[in-house]
Design a protein around this ligand. Structure first.
Ligand code: ADP
Ligand code: MG
Length: 487
């Protein structure tokens, strides 16, 4: 696939390099508008037109891997873009020229010519209006069912979503998905919504979180417009509520949701719900729970090695970043907790490539993991550098997270109150301090408002016992320690 063209055959303009440059710049402008920015920067930096002979253009690329990628992905797009500028062009050939790398004399500085136009998005604020007073969060177009990688951890959930996408309001109604964070629930929910809308663009699909729903109910109560809110929801064809666990303890919202649920259900409308735990462990009204249990329930759990690898392959294609299989295998081996973490590492690799033009290697990925303070148990002989000690969470970190998680203040945690809302979080923080940080009972007692060490021992015993029986407590320990990087 390489070819060379003698400079004497490059014709026309007095300075061929200059006219090649001008032609290439025009072409790059066209390509830039057609490609994802990360792909454009990654694959078109350090490139140049090296020569031209009638309808044939020779494009220089800095590396063989880059050339393979161009041949596979960008050849026809490049010809098209060249043709738009000069209709005489019919063919491109590629030539690897290591001297192009970081050579700003011979190549166009893409970051300079194509500065990033940052689109300011307010996360979580993007909404579409569907009807008077009825809004939905915008569905992320990247979340489609086709791009969801199926493994034994999510097979049933994915199959149920696909079935719902084909016939909403059918057999699987309501559809209830549950599982831990970062395992693909939101992707599945939004992917199902996207699929339904693609088939039937007129469908009224509302995607909302339980927080949004609560806010609407609170607002309607305040403005005494409850009746209107109910009416509006009756127009909905598909109601998707993400993270329903946050309806716990919000009685009035639960009641409204119950009525909305019933009227939609009876009208044969599809309802899809996600949660971090199964219905019977939700702290919701029994009648709501029993409604959920009447439908289809499926869980998503942590992906195994093969599924993690398949997800990485899918995502790296999505970002159009070529990563060696051995590097993807390395990431899949060392990242086990959830898919969001896998994606985070990949995103960093993309960014590194854009900024420093470094192809991801095992070493560079290992560096990223260290920087993100993941605990991938890296060994020096595998990664080629001395692995720094991971920054350990402190008791202060535990207290801050526990306070945020249970919505109690740190003052309450160390204070004297013994109401249940405060007692459980306090015991939980003590338990994690002992069990995961190895802080002594005496020291914990001091940190928690100068309590006696026997109090701490009792707290520890209580949580330890509950992790055996009460799976909610177990789940909470799991979530908190994962978040703290202690697992
Ligand atoms: P959850 O809602 O369960 O916390 P998300 O749906 O937000 O998790 O998933 C986190 C990220 O991981 C998303 O970017 C999603 O696209 C990705 N993801 C999770 N599972 C898969 C999968 N099986 N295939 C492809 N991407 C996945
Ligand atoms: Mg989610």
């Amino acid at each position: 696939m390489t070819s060379s063209v003698s400079s004497s055959s490059a014709r026309a303009a007095p300075n061929p390099a200059e006219s090649h440059n001008a032609l290439w710049l025009e072409t790059l402008k066209k390509l830039e508008s057609k490609l994802q920015r990360s792909a454009f920067i990654t694959w078109f930096r350090d490139t140049a037109i090296l020569g031209r002979e009638d309808g044939k253009v020779v494009i220089g690329l800095p590396l063989t891997t880059v050339m393979n990628w161009h041949i596979e992905r960008y050849q026809s797009l490049t010809i098209e873009a060249l043709k738009e500028t000069d209709s005489a062009i019919t063919q491109v050939v590629y030539k690897v020229d290591g001297g192009l790398k970081d050579n700003r004399e011979r190549t166009i500085d893409l970051l300079d010519y194509f500065p990033e136009h940052r689109k300011r998005k307010l996360p979580g604020k993007q909404e579409v209006k569907l009807a008077e007073g009825l809004t939905s969060k915008v569905l992320n177009p990247r979340y489609v069912l086709e791009k969801f990688v199926v493994g034994s951890n999510n097979r049933l959930a994915q199959a149920a979503c696909s079935a719902v996408a084909i016939s909403p309001g059918g057999k699987y109604n309501p559809l209830f998905l549950y599982g831990g964070v970062g395992l693909g629930k939101t992707h599945l929910l939004q992917g199902t919504g996207n699929a339904i809308l693609q088939k039937n663009p007129k469908a009224t699909v509302v995607y909302s979180t339980s927080e949004d729903f609560t806010n609407q109910v609170v607002e309607a109560i305040r403005l005494q417009k409850m009746e209107q809110l109910r009416k509006r929801y009756r127009q909905v064809d598909v109601l998707i509520i993400d993270d329903i666990q946050f309806l716990a303890k919000k009685e009035r919202t639960q009641e409204e949701f119950f009525h909305t649920f019933n009227s939609l259900y009876e009208a044969g409308k599809q309802i899809i719900i996600s949660s971090d735990r199964p219905p019977d462990e939700l702290q919701l009204e029994d009648r709501l729970v029993s409604r959920f249990e009447r439908g289809m329930i499926a869980d998503v759990s942590e992906p195994d090695y093969e599924t993690r690898l398949a997800i990485l392959q899918e995502k790296s294609q999505d970002y159009e970043l070529f990563i060696d299989l051995s590097v993807l295998q390395f990431i899949a081996e060392h990242t086990t907790k959830n898919v969001r973490e896998l994606e985070g590492i990949l995103m960093q690799a993309v960014a590194q490539y854009e900024l420093e033009h470094r192809m991801p290697t095992i070493k560079s990925i290992a560096e990223i993991m260290c920087k993100l303070n993941k605990d991938p148990h890296l060994k020096e002989e595998d990664v080629g550098f001395v692995v720094p000690e991971k920054k350990r969470s402190t008791l202060q970190d535990v207290m801050e997270l526990v306070s945020k998680y249970y919505s109690v203040s740190i003052d309450d945690l160390i204070g004297q109150s013994r109401v249940r809302e405060v007692l459980l979080p306090r015991q939980m923080a003590m338990y994690i301090g002992k069990e995961y940080l190895g802080v002594s009972f005496v020291r914990l007692g001091e940190a928690f408002g100068n309590r006696d060490h026997t109090t701490v021992m009792n707290a520890h015993k209580k949580i330890a016992r509950n992790t055996q029986g009460d799976s909610n407590v177990l789940r909470e320990v799991h979530t908190l320690t994962t978040e703290l990087g202690l697992r």
